[in-house]
Structure formats: C-alpha cells, structure tokens
Design a protein around this ligand. Structure first.
Ligand code: HEC
Ligand code: HEC
Length: 456
C-alpha cells in the first residue's frame, strides 16, 4: 500500500492560509495519531489472539502465519491501516506504552482509495461491529473485563454494513446523560432511538463548509469536534483540559485539500461537461475552479428524495440541545448559522475530490458516480472488493449479487461478518433512491458530467 500520508503532511503544513487561528495542523495530526482520549478498547494480547475466533479457512491460514503476517491479516479483516511510524500497529487506534489500544477519530475518518492512504478520506472499510464482536469473544476466552465498546455494542448497533457506522446515534445516546455544561446526569438509557448507519464525509470539506453534518444543523468549531469523547469516564473538566488540543485538530481539518484524479482525463469531454454541470448542478453544489462559490444549499427532504431516516432520527429539540450546550458555547455559535439549526433537509455537499470519496450519499448507498448519474441502475445489493477501484464508473469496484441469491444466503445463515460486507438497500436507512436530477440529461451529457467531476 502506498503511503502518501507523511509526504502530504509535509506539503499541507506549508500551504499559506491553511493554518487556523490558534491551531497547528501538524500538531493536530500528531494528537489524532498518538493521544488517547477514551478508555482503552483492548490490549495487544487480545489483538494478537483475534485469529483464534476467525472462521475457517482463515483461522488455519493465520495459525501458520508469522506474528507480523497475522497482524496484517487482522488489520485487513477489520479495515484498519498501518500507522505511519510503526506499520505493525494501526493508525486508527492509539497504542499506549502499556500496549493498550484506544479508538481514535481516525477509526472512521482515515481510510484509503484504490490502496492509497489520502489524508482525511473516510475509512469505508472499517468493520467496527465485527471487530468489537470478535474482541469480546477473545476477552471472554482470556478472562478479561469488558470495555465501554464491548458493553455499548450490546445496547445499540455499531454498524450493520462495514464502512458505515451508527455514529450519530452514539452521540445522541451519550448526550442524553449530560446537562448543557456536560455534567453527568443519571437518567435511564433511551430505547427509542432510530439506529441507522452513516458514511463519514471527507474531512477536506471542512474548509468549505460553515456547518457540520448531512443536515448542517451544527456550526463548525473546535468544541463541536469533541462530541465523540462523551464517555462516562470523561467529566466536564476533561473537555476544558482538551479544548486546545482540538484547536490543533481543527487546524488539521482545515489544512486538508482534496486529492487529484490520478490518471488521464479526457479534457475535451470534461470541457463539455462543465457548462452542463453549471446549468443543472451548480446552483446546489457550487462553482469550481478559479472563482469558487459554495452555497451550502439545504434541499428539503421531500425534494431531494434520498433516504430520510437520518433526517427524522434527530428531533429539533436534540439539535438545539447540542447547540445550546458547551459544545456550541451555550447557543452563541448557532447564531452564525441562523435557521440552519432547524434544517428542512440535507446539505448539497462540496464535490471537491468527489472521485475519491465513494460510496455516495450520506448513507453510502451508491457505490460509484456513474450510479449517482443513473438512478435507475443503482444496485439493490452490492459488495465492494477490498480495495478495488472502478476507473470507468468512478468509485468502488463492486460485485452485484442477485437479490434472490442474497436473500437465500441470509436465510441460509450467512455469517454476520460476511453479511455486513453487503450493502442491502432494502434495509431501513439504506435506500439508494432519490437525487434524480441527472435524469434531465441525455446519456452523452451524463458521460461528459462524469468526466468533469473527475477534475474537481
Ligand atoms: C464511529 C465513527 C466515527 C468516529 C470515531 C468519529 N466520527 Fe466524525 N463523523 C462520523 C460520521 C458517520 C459523520 C457524519 C455524521 C452526519 O453527517 O450526520 C461524522 C461527521 C464528522 C464531521 C462533519 C463533517 C461534515 O462535512 O459534515 C466532522 C468534522 C467530524 N466527524 C470530526 C470527527 C472528530 C474530530 C472525531 C474524533 C474526536 C470524530 N469525528 C470521530 C463518524 C465518526
Ligand atoms: C436541488 C439541489 C441539487 C441539485 C440540482 C443537484 N444536487 Fe447533487 N446533491 C444534492 C444533495 C442535497 C445531496 C446530498 C444527498 C444525500 O446525501 O442524501 C447531493 C449529493 C450529490 C452527490 C454525492 C456526494 C457525496 O459525497 O456523497 C453527487 C456526486 C452529486 N450530488 C452530484 C450532482 C450532479 C452531477 C448534479 C447535476 C446533474 C447534481 N448533483 C444536482 C443536491 C443537489
């Protein structure tokens, strides 16, 4: 696997204007890679024994492998990537001196495209639920106590399709146990949450947007970035202590730039696509090139027609509670985004580097840009190859089993680790419908727009 990470870091910190006030991007990345903010999830001994609970023939293969090979097999199984300074461990978990592994933001927010690690690209291989399940089995075998993820995953689903997670609802579940100043209040757990999986967006959007999330209800800010740290072990004092760390993390996010399409572009065809894009897409997605414009348009939910579970899963009361809390400086930050804190639908995201951030839509239901442009041909069930990239359709290389084959496999007892590799658009929160704007174009026009999208 090519690792352009270190090189990219060296370049990005020297881009003028890329440094946020008060933060140092390089320091932000170091913190993300090396500082643990949560209680540990597992230790090295557990990680090194994970193969013992794998299915055959993988288990026998691992048994015969060296420790280093086995660690690599484990990282591949769970969608983890090598740490830039120590490839024997994962960059998504901070490993302390005692060998404890702690999940970091990079678990969901640092992945690869076509086998290349690009800074800020979401981790669309992360098999969080499978990892947690197997860690739990090994802990039982080793007589070790459960951590917060082991217990949490018994109460709520972590992610029913690999590469996507129920992260938004973790946040709602955790916020339920805090007051506005983040003091821990004892309340009985909520069992009325609408669990659903989301595809994390690329972090290089951060410099363009004013708000966060698919519905854009929260203003950007270094405090808002800290929600993921709301576990019981972190009291309000920890948030104050770590606030300055997240100014550096925010500077890292702001320093990121989208990756460039790695091979040739048919510039004549892309040139034809540009005016078509401007006419049919630009008023929502903005203008690119010399004079960048990004309107951050919110499209009403019935009009956009993509899966609405994410939109309905949060109430305006929950949205306000977050904005009125410490994370939003007790309502001060939300003033800068006006009525966006009570959104009507989803934000049209920036399309910079969009070739690299497949799968598409907030729920990750559409594997390639060609499928975004051909709504009637979107696959109902699909599975990506581990790191394959489809340069023709521009996005993930996939297998498309027939719906009846898949239904039979599931009822025949397809093991859950395997089932999670398939994206089943018939499940709640996973619809690939909607966003039918490309239907106004001829097939030739769509081919031109597809070529143009590679240039962004
Ligand atoms: C378990 C996976 C997971 C972890 C861990 C995680 N995130 Fe996220 N993050 C997500 C998902 C999913 C979204 C999309 C949520 C939405 O749009 O509603 C998201 C959204 C974001 C966004 C908004 C991006 C945008 O363009 O809207 C930022 C910024 C962000 N996360 C930063 C962080 C930081 C910083 C951390 C660590 C403190 C972190 N995340 C930890 C999954 C995760
Ligand atoms: C009326 C506003 C609007 C128009 C017009 C529009 N889009 Fe979108 N687009 C959106 C919204 C909103 C989303 C987010 C949908 C979601 O995530 O559920 C989106 C998502 C996308 C995505 C997926 C981005 C990602 O990172 O997941 C692509 C690609 C895209 N649009 C391309 C286009 C193209 C090409 C056109 C013109 C043919 C177009 N859009 C026209 C509003 C629009």
């Amino acid at each position: 696997m090519r690792n352009s990470f270190v090189l990219f870091l060296a370049i990005s910190v020297f881009i003028p204007g890329s440094v946020a006030v008060g933060g140092n991007p390089e320091k932000g990345l170091q913190l993300l890679l090396d500082k643990a903010y949560l209680p540990a999830d597992l230790d090295q001994e557990v990680f090194d024994a994970l193969w013992t609970v794998w299915p055959e023939p993988l288990k026998s293969k691992a048994e015969q492998a060296s420790t280093a090979e086995r660690r690599e097999m484990a990282m591949n199984r769970y969608g983890l990537l090598p740490h830039p300074s120590d490839p024997s461990r994962s960059m998504q978990y901070v490993v302390g001196s005692s060998g404890n592994w702690t999940m970091s933001c990079l678990a969901c927010h640092q992945g690869q495209v076509a086998g290349t690690i690009v800074p800020g690209i979401p981790n669309t291989n992360y098999a969080l639920e499978t990892f947690t399940e197997e860690v739990r089995l090994v802990k039982i075998a080793q007589g070790k106590s459960f951590g917060h993820m082991d217990i949490g995953s018994l109460l709520l689903p972590l992610g029913t399709t690999s590469g996507t997670t129920n992260a938004v609802m973790f946040g709602v579940a955790l916020m339920h146990h805090r007051d506005a100043a983040l003091n821990i209040v004892s309340r009985s757990p909520r069992f009325d949450l609408t669990h659903h999986d989301m595809d994390a967006p690329p972090w290089w959007h951060y410099r363009k947007r004013k708000t966060l999330y698919a519905d854009g209800f929260a203003p950007q800010g270094s405090r808002m970035l800290m929600q993921f740290l709301l576990v019981r072990e972190n009291g309000p004092e920890k948030f104050l202590e770590w606030e300055s760390d997240f100014e550096h993390v925010e500077a890292w996010l702001e320093s990121l730039r989208p990756p460039e399409w790695p091979t040739e572009i048919d510039t004549r065809l892309a040139g034809k696509g540009e005016p078509i894009f401007r006419e049919h897409c630009g008023h929502c997605h903005g203008e690119y090139g010399e004079n960048e414009v990004y309107p951050e348009t919110v499209v009403p939910i019935d009009e956009i027609g993509t899966d609405r579970v994410r939109f309905d899963a949060l109430t305006n009361k929950e949205r306000s509670a977050l904005n009125e809390s410490w994370f939003g400086h007790f309502g001060r930050d939300a003033k800068s985004i006006g009525n966006r804190q009570r959104p009507l639908g989803y934000v049209a995201p920036p399309l910079d580097g969009v070739w690299a951030s497949a799968p598409y839509f907030h729920n990750g239901s559409v594997p390639t840009l060609w499928h975004v442009l051909h709504p009637e041909s979107r696959p109902p069930v699909w599975r990506r190859t581990p790191v394959g990239y489809d340069t023709q359709k521009v996005g993930l290389e996939i297998e498309e089993p027939s719906v009846s084959w898949f239904a039979e496999a599931v009822s025949g007892g397809l093991p859950s680790a395997q089932r999670r590799q398939y994206f089943d658009t018939s499940k709640p929160g996973k619809s690939a419908e909607g966003h039918t704007y490309p239907n106004a174009l001829t097939h030739l026009e769509r081919a031109a727009v597809l070529e143009y999208l590679k240039t962004l």
